[in-house]
Design a binder for this molecule. Structure first.
Ligand code: NAP
Length: 324
């Protein structure tokens, strides 16, 4: 029986319950996908907890990335046929055995990229892509700071930065996560639970600071992140796993003529050309071995609540994948 994991209202992980449903037929321009693997992301927690606005419908089915097989296609869909292997990024609805997705959001999966890798890498890998190519583009010889370096986005970004010749300094909570980040592209990793990361970045850069800081942690790091930047550096605030970084003020940028950007992946993926270019670059990097996906844990889809508790509890590394 097709089923989804849904929350009837905002709250903790215990809100997530199994509900059975009959998958609808795809409309014009849509495709019915049978999921084989689903990625878990921090944004799923923001929606489930009510931090992000609750969608119109009563039950929220979280989940923004998955891989699977096309079952049926709606009118006008020519790019995908039943049986094709596909993956996508699309807001909410992925924690389910089946989902109707717009064909414009799907990409075909190359043979060499297996489903669970794609499900764990689409949202996080495309995020890592835009962060280092679009939001604060960096190249050979630059030095950057990346917070939560042992997390889903962090482990992919570290490898990609290293492949580009960028010196990446990471932060992570605890010695095991620091070791993992070091093995995934970060030349230096600071345990920001026990060390002052601002002081350490200054020391590691001879006082100069870094060209860009990628900050997905938010409240606990944002002010220190600005202090780590060299003059004219860019602060990319792309998440808030420790809470909203609302204490940040424009005046904080004055210390070094800094730039601040607050990007969201969905604005990039809405442009089909960008989605094709970025996912091709991601799959190429995976095929070339430049980016190896670290799946910290695979769980049955019915264990979505436990997966959320782990991610919020800071005990995960890399990507978590749910299997229907
Ligand atoms: N804007 C976008 O387009 C976009 C897209 C994708 C992801 N994101 C953001 O990127 C960040 C990383 O996402 P992800 O899915 O890969 O998650 P993740 O990094 O695997 O998990 C979050 C990590 O944040 C760190 N953290 C620091 N303080 C925390 C706290 N108080 N509570 C919980 N965690 C805390 C933890 O690592 P340590 O234990 O090492 O501190 C934790 O493992 C998230 O903020 C997410 O919202 C944004």
């Amino acid at each position: 029986m097709p089923y989804a994991i849904a929350a009837a209202g905002p709250g903790g992980p215990e809100q997530l319950r199994r509900i059975d449903f009959a998958p609808p037929a795809p409309g014009a321009g849509e495709v019915l996908v049978r999921h084989t693997a689903i990625g878990v992301n921090y944004i799923d927690i923001y929606f489930r907890s009510g931090l992000y606005p609750w969608p119109q419908e009563r039950d929220l089915v979280p989940g923004c990335e998955a891989a699977g097989v096309v079952e049926t296609v709606g009118d006008g869909v020519r790019e995908f046929e039943p049986g094709a292997r596909v993956a996508y990024v699309a807001a909410n609805g992925a924690y389910a055995t089946h989902r109707v997705v717009s064909a414009a959001q799907l990409v075909a999966l190359p043979d060499l990229v297996e489903d669970s890798i794609a499900a764990g890498a689409m949202l996080k890998g495309l995020t890592a892509y835009y962060l280092i190519h679009d939001s604060a583009p960096v190249s050979d010889g630059d030095t950057v700071l990346f917070h939560a370096a042992a997390g889903g986005v962090g482990l992919i970004a570290g490898q990609w930065l290293a492949a580009k010749g960028v010196r990446a300094i990471g932060t992570a909570g605890g010695p095991e996560k620091c070791a993992l980040a070091r093995a995934n592209g970060y030349g230096d990793v600071i345990d920001y639970r026990s060390e002052d990361f601002v002081e350490r970045v200054r020391a590691l850069t001879g006082g100069a600071g870094v060209k860009a800081v990628y900050d997905g942690v938010g409240a606990e790091t944002i002010l220190g992140s600005a202090e780590c930047l060299a003059n004219f550096g860019t602060l990319v605030s792309f998440g808030q796993s420790s809470g909203a970084p609302d204490q940040f003020r424009i005046s904080h940028l004055a210390r070094g003529s800094l730039r601040l950007t607050r990007p969201t992946l969905f604005h990039f993926t809405a442009e089909r050309g960008w989605l094709e270019r970025a996912s091709a670059a991601l799959f190429d990097a995976i095929r070339a071995g430049e980016v190896r996906l670290h799946i910290g844990k695979r769980r049955p889809l019915v264990e979505a609540a436990a997966a959320h508790a782990d991610l919020e509890g800071r005990v995960t590394t890399g990507s978590t994948v749910l299997v229907p």
